[in-house]
Design a protein around this ligand. Sequence first.
Ligand code: F6P
Length: 358
Amino acid sequence: MRIAISTGGGDAPGLNAVIRAAVMSAIDRGWHVLGIKRGYMGLLGEDEVLPLTADSVRGIAHLGGTILRTTNRGNPFHYPVRQSDGTYREVDRSDELIENARNLGIEAFITIGGDGSLAIAQRLFEKGVRIVGVPKTIDNDVSGTITTFGFDTAVTTAMEAIDKLHTTASSHDRVLVLEVMGRDCGFIALHSGVSGQAHVILIPEIAFDIDKVCAHIMQRDAQGKKFAIVVVAEGVPFEGEQGSLGESMPGQARRVGGVADRIAKAIQARTGKECRSLVLGHLQRGGMPTGYDRLLATRFGGAATEAVANAKWGHMVALQTPHIVPIPIVEALQAPKRVDPTHDIVRTARRIGISFGD
Ligand code: F6P
């Protein structure tokens, strides 16, 4: 058996642990493993395809990033091609990809990626490709799995940032607004905000009123608590629109963000309190995976090899505690996972005095 592994979309801490576990468990079965560089680009003549051996994956499980590198601009069904006038047009290169894989003797794929990469996997599966998915996202927005690796690391990074903001905010009697990742969902904001003891958490799943946010901050102020930490998910709409951090590259999703600055300015204007904002950004994607993420990633890698052995084509591995199970990718893609506003974590936050501005 000859299988190929690829990583696609934004990187997440734990990717290397998945790669290592998948390679080692495939070698254990006597299979040969190839690594496709930069999503599927290695199979489209834009990068390389290389053998993955026990030597190539030695000592990588604790490293962030991905030894295979990644891209969020390489959808083979909508591949951006630069033309002589500098504009881009999209072409479907999926047949070329399948043909190149066949020529390399690739019999099955393990693709590690988020909703975008899993949607590509589903389309390849529908074209007859034998493919198994491993869900990856720091945002935790893939349905069908209780969580994904990378999320715990991102939450830990954001929580540590909140810890540090407490001391400077309280020293200066300031309001500090921290923007965290998550695209259209609020899991990172919610989990880091509660574990870091923020005073206000704003997430896309709970509509907020800026006057209520300010009232909460001024209520604290009246009690002698002159500072406040506001954690906001990057995708939160404010004054009717979701912000953008600037132009995305051709073939890439829209870059959401910039809302923290707008909220900080609004709070300052309404309360007269000194406000500052910061965007935590890609720090949340970097660094070593936590023990939880490393373990989950390792289990996912082993389970992906098992799914290939069991011919679970078109399936992805998922954590359904206490088991890792294969589920149809199409099921996971039906609806993205979002924070349930009635969830215990939200209720716990309210009980300990955290405001959602609603
Ligand atoms: O989906 C993961 C994610 O980190 C989002 O939280 C964020 O909006 C996006 O990727 C950033 O993507 P890029 O690295 O292309 O700026």
